[in-house]
Write a protein that binds this ligand. Structure first.
Ligand SMILES: [Fe+2]
Ligand SMILES: [Fe+2]
Length: 509
């Protein structure tokens, strides 16, 4: 499981579930972002941040007159002027590491993470809080602006004024700049929490980038370096031990276009969190993390059109697909750092599709037990695959439906104890479920309750907007009681996010 299934081969259980994921027909995806920001505006805003990032980087290499800059200047101009034309004015503002586009919070896309991070660091260093463009931007203006911005001395509180003066010396008066507002009232506690979240994001996106490199190298028949994967797995373990909910939240970022990389990282996160609850040592957890990251590495040898085929596979294609665990073993054994690999890891790659009753693949004649790594990865793999949209299955199962399916198949296909651990991790209302509360508020399950007595009382993020229309980020704990000792909230039912046009992933970024 975890792979697409051949529709005419029902023997391989898993993806071809009988539960309809939703009785509603597919709808237009995301006419608005969860904050109410229009999708087109969100796209343009993300584009603007990326282009700003690229331009700043390029300006470190070339001087302002260099022709190599032209293309980047033009791309930036096109994006920014489209935005200015739409709204008459464009304000890009940073408050506490978040960017706001004309006062609407701009959540970043998965691909945009590096650019947002870079830009917020550069703004912070230069103590710049807001830039307002009041007229359409011309090429010369932009060149002056970028270089004046870049040349600001780090840490000077007068920078906004200095930048304004520098622009005025070139007769540019339509760009306004204000200093960064520093909010000192934040409590240490939230800062610490936010720090963890930032660390989590960094590990998550770095691991995606690294696994991408590994796969690209293997595809090009070059040997891959897995030492970096090991270091990242170790960092992830630290964080999982500290607070498992942060990385588990990241698994909600289901990137449709980069499925393989996201999937590998997600399977690794679930596996590590399960391994931690099993009490595995850090050394074994590291091995498990690497194995999970590499579990589908054999797929790098399968042609793209077979992997992404929107229709059912032919039997030859399916046979090829079924070879990926074995091909994975071959790749792992050819890695440059074979010293980092031990038999436990090789077997984990080999048997992650075997299933408890050995009905999966590869077919075996002798062994009669699936390894622990194999069993953990299989469960993590199935859960992630079922809850992620794929080209041949655009509407995925909700977390709740996926667990229901797995529970039904537990004795034949999954290790029942490990499945219990997964349910404990993601809760009865799994992480990322959209829920309706008895107060008629809608929320997203943000974190499951660690206490097994309160699996039905998770921490919920309310989907709500303030008076200005911005999304509020209010977390409520369903174990909270009022003065009389009654629970303030309870979940009355789960809802289908598609129906409400809610992109769950964005709430976990
Ligand atoms: Fe997989
Ligand atoms: Fe697989």
């Amino acid at each position: 499981m975890g792979d697409r299934t051949l529709l005419n081969e029902p023997a391989d259980k898993g993806d071809q579930m009988e539960i309809a994921p939703s009785s509603t027909p597919p709808k237009k995806v995301n006419p608005t972002s969860p904050d109410g920001m229009e999708a087109e505006l969100w796209r343009l805003g993300n584009n603007l941040v990326t282009k700003f990032h690229v331009l700043l980087r390029i300006s470190q290499i070339y001087d302002s007159k260099n022709v190599a800059l032209n293309q980047f200047i033009n791309e930036f101009l096109e994006t920014i002027n489209t935005l200015i034309k739409r709204n008459g004015v464009l304000s890009l503002k940073m408050i506490k590491d978040e960017f706001f586009l004309n006062d609407e919070r701009l959540r970043y896309s998965v691909e945009g993470f590096t650019s947002f991070k870079y830009l917020s660091t550069q703004w912070k260093k230069r103590v710049i809080g807001e830039v307002i463009f009041r007229t359409l931007v011309e090429e010369e203006m932009l060149r002056h602006f970028i270089y004046a911005f870049f040349n600001l001395e780090e840490g000077r509180e007068e920078n906004a004024d200095l930048l304004k003066k520098e622009l005025e010396s070139h007769q540019i008066t339509s760009i306004e700049v204000t200093p960064l507002e520093i909010d000192e009232s934040e409590e240490d506690y939230t800062l610490q929490k936010e720090d963890h979240r930032e660390v989590g994001k960094k590990i998550f996106f770095e691991t995606i980038g690294t696994i991408k490199d590994v796969i690209t190298n293997i595809k090009g028949n070059q040997s891959a370096d897995i030492r970096k994967l090991k270091r990242l797995a170790q960092k992830a373990i630290h964080l999982v031990i500290e607070d498992e909910s942060i990385l588990l939240g990241m698994t909600m970022i289901k990137n449709y276009d980069e499925y393989t990389f996201n999937h590998s990282v997600n399977v690794s996160i679930y596996s590590l969190a399960m391994g931690k609850r099993l009490g595995l040592s850090k050394k074994i957890l590291t091995e498990l993390g690497i194995t999970a990251l590499l579990h589908d590495i054999g797929k790098s040898k399968i042609p793209r059109d077979v992997l992404n085929k929107p229709a059912p596979l032919s039997s030859e294609e399916w046979e090829m697909m079924k070879k990926h665990p074995l091909m994975g073993v071959e790749i792992v054994l050819n890695l440059k750092q074979l010293g980092e690999i031990n038999p436990r890891m090789v077997v984990g790659v080999f048997d992650h599709h075997l299933m408890s009753d050995l009905s999966g693949y590869p077919r075996l004649f002798l062994r009669n037990e699936v390894s622990l790594f194999g069993r953990i990865i299989q469960i993590a793999d199935a859960y992630d695959a079922m809850t992620t949209p794929r080209i041949y299955k655009k509407i995925p199962y909700t977390p709740e439906q996926a667990l229901a399916v797995m529970l039904r198949e537990k004795t034949v296909h999954f290790d029942p104890l490990l499945l219990k651990i997964l349910i404990g991790l993601v809760g009865i209302y799994p992480l990322g479920s959209l829920v309706l509360l008895n107060t008629h508020e809608i929320g997203i399950v943000y974190k499951s309750n660690y206490d097994p007595n309160f699996l039905d009382r998770p921490i919920v993020l309310l989907v709500d907007r303030d008076a200005k229309g911005d999304a509020t980020k209010q977390l409520i704990d369903l174990t909270d009681t009022d003065e009389a000792g009654n629970y303030k909230w309870r979940v009355t039912k789960t809802l289908d996010p598609q129906k409400y046009h809610i992109d769950i992933a964005k709430y976990f970024l």
